[in-house]
Every structure is written in structure tokens, then in C-alpha cells.
Design a protein around this ligand. Structure first.
Ligand SMILES: *[C@@H]1O[C@H](CO)[C@@H](O)[C@H](O)[C@H]1NC(C)=O
Ligand SMILES: *[C@@H]1O[C@H](CO)[C@@H](O)[C@H](O)[C@H]1NC(C)=O
Ligand SMILES: *[C@@H]1O[C@H](CO)[C@@H](O)[C@H](O)[C@H]1NC(C)=O
Ligand SMILES: *[C@@H]1O[C@H](CO)[C@@H](O)[C@H](O)[C@H]1NC(C)=O
Ligand SMILES: *[C@@H]1O[C@H](CO)[C@@H](O)[C@H](O)[C@H]1NC(C)=O
Ligand SMILES: *[C@@H]1O[C@H](CO)[C@@H](O)[C@H](O)[C@H]1NC(C)=O
Length: 460
């Protein structure tokens, strides 16, 4: 090697080293402020098994202690004490800093403008890195405590009505984790499908997160999901099979990583109970894109429908997908059509001859409402920020609408653009969860849900 070449090599090595150092320094500077690992809750309180006897969530003042033995009474008192402690310790995690969410929900314009500025500040726009979750979940107990996961039983009513969720996710770990935290309860079941083309770091973070919870299942099979193809349907089917083996859940709800609940678990349970077994699946013939199935007729004389991809369905519905021969034929048929995911569920739910419990047998298919998702199509209501493919990306300016919505979940959010909208929803859900436990608020009035069209006209 000549002296000149050696010098060249030396200079390149030095340059690469300098660049790496700069990158590392840059990285450090922009690392987001993470929640501090403070010891929030006495660990013992989390290790104890759930109580044998339940307190009465719907109306705590109606607990009849005399109906129980002395030890059961103590059990209830103890559990109530633990719950008080938990809510007290978690409170700071859920209260939005620098923003008055309550005023925003009441349409206070000044507060909305202030919140917009805060949402746009760099500290609120940096996302937590995937790798952070891998690190933080090394000690699951500490992770759950410091992030404010509800791992205690909140009462009989919720415990007896488990919900199965599928979460089909691709990116944005922070949003996925906050969504899981919001819907997490020990009695529910979660199936997490990570796209086969997601970044390895994202997959590692998702696996690490799932590892911390006995009831969060990561699918082994992973699909490379492409919009409009059968691959969109496949993760759902994988999750249904995965979740089917758990016998207790009452309803199946599917979510993507860009959605967030507008109701607490107890409120969702109440709404689903009011459904009285009905499936909440939208469908239309009038606005169907018939060309999608133009060249092929569905089996068994079924009428195809087009529908929204957001559903809340009962066990019988899922059982049909897994086991019923006619439904299997229908499923096979959708492979030959375009955008099969928009056809399968809607067709199943609007052909009562399939005999699926809770499917719709009325004649108002085109106008019957649906409450699985709040989705703001641009032409319907004003959108505070902007629309992507005609759907409003929800931001703080939309909070008053979200507050009034009757829907269980909202679609869709870009956390990298606006975290405050999520924080305010977290705060509201936390407050309402707490109020639900201590019986301090007027909980959701479900008369409305019990009387909607698809509940009144369902296959039984
Ligand atoms: C709650 O309990 C109190 C006292 O037992 C009773 O007066 C009240 O009507 C109950 N409220 C509901 C909503 O059940
Ligand atoms: C809980 O409250 C409901 C109505 O408020 C009542 O019917 C039920 O018996 C109560 N359960 C217990 C265990 O006290
Ligand atoms: C939630 O409760 C806290 C008090 O614990 C209150 O300051 C805050 O305004 C409440 N937020 C909402 C959205 O109701
Ligand atoms: C996990 O964290 C908890 C609480 O911070 C701590 O008490 C416990 O010792 C940790 N466990 C391990 C294995 O480090
Ligand atoms: C829900 O499941 C249906 C049916 O498998 C699927 O077409 C749809 O894409 C899913 N929706 C979401 C939001 O994942
Ligand atoms: C619940 O709402 C219905 C109308 O949707 C109303 O008639 C009923 O009085 C409400 N119940 C309570 C307890 O507020």
C-alpha cells in the first residue's frame, strides 16, 4: 500500500467515525422525554389474585356486606383499597400536561388553539423509538406499573363479559402500545398480527410487549398485507382461529394500529350487552361496487353486499367463518373478487339464510346505523386538520365531536402529528373508568343502543 493510499484509507476511516459520533449525538438530543420509572404502586398489590367476591360496580353503594362472610367482606375492602391506590398512582400518567381537555371537549376555542400549538411543539411530536419498548419491557412488572396498565379486576360485570380483539398492525409502536394500554383488561383476549413487511425493530418491540401479558398473543404466521387483496382478510382469519380456542369471550372486535377507543371497557361492555347478541356490521347494496364480483356468482344463492371493514361480532359469527361449510364456500368465493375484505363480513351479516346468530334480518340495510367506528368522511362533517383518502385524520380540533360520538372507537389518528388528541382521550377514559368503579358518574345510558335497528331485527 502506498503512503497515499494509506492516507486515503485513514482519512475515510476518520470521516466515518466522526459521522457515526455525530449521528449518535444527534440521536441523543432528539430522544423523547420518557415517562420516568418511578415506583408507582406497591408491588404486592399487583401480585394478589383477583377477589373471590365482587364489589358492585354499577352502584357501589348497593354492596351488601352482610351477604358475605367476614373474610369476603375483608376481601372486598382490600380490593377496593387497592383500586383506590391504583387510580391515585396512575392519575399523573393520564392527565394531559399543559392542556385543559375538559374545556376542549366543551368546545372552548381558546383552549383548542392553545392545544394545537402544544401539539405542534417538538417535544410533543417526537415519537418513542421501537427499541425503547424492547428495553422497557425487560421487567414486565415495572413496565406495566410505570405505564399505567390496569391489571386488577374492576368488577364482576366486566370480568363476566370478556372481549376478543384482533390488532392488525404495521408501524408506529407508540400508538400501538397506547392503544393496547387503553383497551387492556386482564379478562380480555388480544391477538396481535404484525405485518410481514414491518421493520424488524418494530416486530421486536411488538413481541417484547406481547411477552409481558398472558392474554396478548402474537401470531406466528405473518402476512404481507396488500390493500385490496386477500392478504387483508388473512390476518383476521389467523386471529379468529387463534382466539377461538378461548371459550369465554362474547364479542370479537377488530382494530388497526391507527384507532383509539372513545369509550371505556365497561362502557363497551354495556353497549355490547345492549346489542343483545346482534352483530354490528355495516352493509350496502345501493353503494356496492358490483364490478368487484361481476364475473363470478357467490355460492348457495347468497346476495353479496359491500360493507365497512370495522366489525363487532358474536361467537357464532366467528364460528361460522371457522367451521360452517356454506360460509367457507363464501370465503373461498371472495378470493376471486376484488377487495374481498369489504365483501365477506357484510355478505355474511345480511344473508339471514346462513343462520348466523345476531345477523340482520330487517329491511333497512341501507340506513341502519353502526357504532363500531367514528369515521369522519370529508363530506359529512368539518375536519379540523386534513383528510387522507377522504377520511379525516383526527386532531385536537376534532375532540368535541369525538366526545359526543356514540361510537366505541375512532379512526384514524397520526400520532406523529398530534399526540394531544390521544392524550385527551386517555384522560377522559381514565376518569370515566375511575368514576365507573366508584359509582360517581352517570354511566352510559344504553337505552339508545338497545333500540337500534340491527338489534331489533336480528336472527336469533
Ligand atoms: C344506587 O343505590 C342507591 C342506594 O342503595 C339507590 O338509591 C340508587 O337508586 C341506586 N342507583 C342505581 C342507578 O341503581
Ligand atoms: C349489584 O347491583 C344490582 C343493581 O344495582 C343488583 O341487582 C345486584 O344484586 C347487586 N349485586 C350485588 C352482589 O350486590
Ligand atoms: C379528569 O379528572 C381530573 C381530576 O382528577 C380533572 O382535573 C380533569 O379535568 C378531568 N378530565 C376530564 C377530561 O374530564
Ligand atoms: C422489576 O421491577 C420491580 C419494580 O420496579 C422490582 O421490584 C423488581 O425487583 C424488578 N425485577 C427484576 C427481575 O429486576
Ligand atoms: C376486520 O375484519 C374484516 C374481516 O376479516 C377485514 O376485512 C377488515 O379489514 C378488518 N378490519 C380491520 C380494521 O382490521
Ligand atoms: C336513557 O335514554 C332514553 C332515551 O334514549 C331515555 O328515555 C331514558 O329516560 C334515559 N334513561 C336514563 C336513566 O337517563
Amino acid at each position: 500500500m502506498s503512503a497515499k493510499t494509506r492516507l486515503k484509507v485513514f482519512v475515510s476511516v476518520v470521516a466515518v467515525c466522526l459521522m457515526t459520533m455525530c449521528l449518535v449525538a444527534y440521536d441523543k438530543r432528539f430522544l423523547p422525554a420518557m415517562p420516568k420509572f418511578t415506583r408507582v404502586v406497591d408491588l404486592q398489590t399487583f401480585k394478589n389474585p383477583p377477589p373471590q367476591h365482587y364489589l358492585n360496580i354499577s352502584n357501589t353503594s348497593t354492596i351488601h356486606f352482610d351477604a358475605y362472610s367476614k373474610s369476603a367482606e375483608n376481601g372486598i375492602r382490600n380490593h377496593l383499597r387497592k383500586l383506590r391506590q391504583m387510580f391515585k398512582h396512575f392519575e399523573p400518567l393520564y392527565q394531559t400536561k399543559g392542556v385543559n381537555c375538559r374545556a376542549i371537549f366543551r368546545r372552548n376555542q381558546e383552549e383548542i388553539e392553545k392545544a394545537k400549538t402544544i401539539a405542534a411543539s417538538p417535544s410533543r411530536q417526537t415519537s418513542v423509538r421501537d427499541f425503547w419498548y424492547v428495553q422497557a419491557t425487560k421487567n414486565c412488572t415495572r413496565f406495566k406499573e410505570s405505564r399505567g396498565y390496569i391489571t386488577l379486576s374492576l368488577g364482576e360485570e366486566e370480568d363476566n363479559f370478556p372481549i376478543a380483539y384482533s390488532l392488525v398492525v404495521y408501524k408506529d409502536m407508540e400508538m400501538v402500545e397506547r392503544l393496547l394500554r387503553a383497551i387492556y383488561r386482564p379478562q380480555n383476549y388480544y391477538c396481535l398480527h404484525v405485518d410481514a413487511s414491518s421493520k424488524p425493530a418494530f416486530f421486536r418491540a411488538a413481541s417484547a410487549l406481547a411477552e409481558c401479558f398472558p392474554n396478548v398473543h402474537l401470531t406466528k404466521k405473518r402476512m404481507d398485507v396488500h390493500w385490496g387483496e386477500f392478504t387483508v382478510l388473512k390476518p383476521e382469519l389467523i386471529c379468529m382461529h387463534e382466539l377461538w380456542r378461548f371459550r369465554k369471550w362474547k364479542y370479537y372486535i377488530n382494530l388497526t394500529g391507527q384507532e383509539f377507543p372513545l369509550k371505556t371497557n365497561l362502557e363497551i361492555v354495556r353497549i355490547l350487552k345492549a346489542y343483545n347478541g346482534a352483530n354490528d356490521v355495516q352493509g350496502t347494496l345501493k353503494n356496492a361496487n358490483r364490478e368487484r364480483w361481476r364475473n363470478t356468482l357467490p355460492p348457495h344463492g347468497l346476495q353479496p353486499y359491500k360493507g365497512s371493514v370495522h366489525v363487532a361480532v358474536n361467537r357464532d359469527f366467528v364460528q361460522h367463518i371457522i367451521k360452517d361449510p356454506k360460509t367457507q364456500d363464501l370465503l373461498k368465493w371472495t378470493r376471486k373478487t376484488e377487495i374481498p375484505d369489504e365483501t365477506l363480513f357484510a355478505t355474511m351479516n345480511h344473508n339471514p339464510q346462513l343462520g348466523i346468530k345476531g345477523s340482520y334480518n330487517g329491511d333497512k340495510i341501507e340506513t341502519k346505523p353502526t357504532f363500531t367506528r367514528f369515521k369522519n368522511w370529508w363530506e359529512r362533517r368539518p375536519c379540523a386538520w386534513m383528510s387522507v383518502r377522504d377520511i379525516c385524520i383526527l386532531t385536537v380540533g376534532d375532540l368535541p365531536l369525538l366526545f359526543e360520538a356514540r361510537h366505541m372507537f375512532a379512526n384514524k389518528f397520526y400520532m406523529w402529528h398530534d399526540k394531544v388528541v390521544i392524550e385527551c382521550l386517555e384522560e377522559k377514559n381514565f376518569n370515566r373508568t375511575r368514576a365507573g368503579v366508584f359509582g360517581r358518574n352517570q354511566l352510559i345510558n344504553t337505552t339508545f343502543y338497545a333500540n337500534v335497528e340491527f338489534v331489533k331485527h336480528q336472527v336469533t
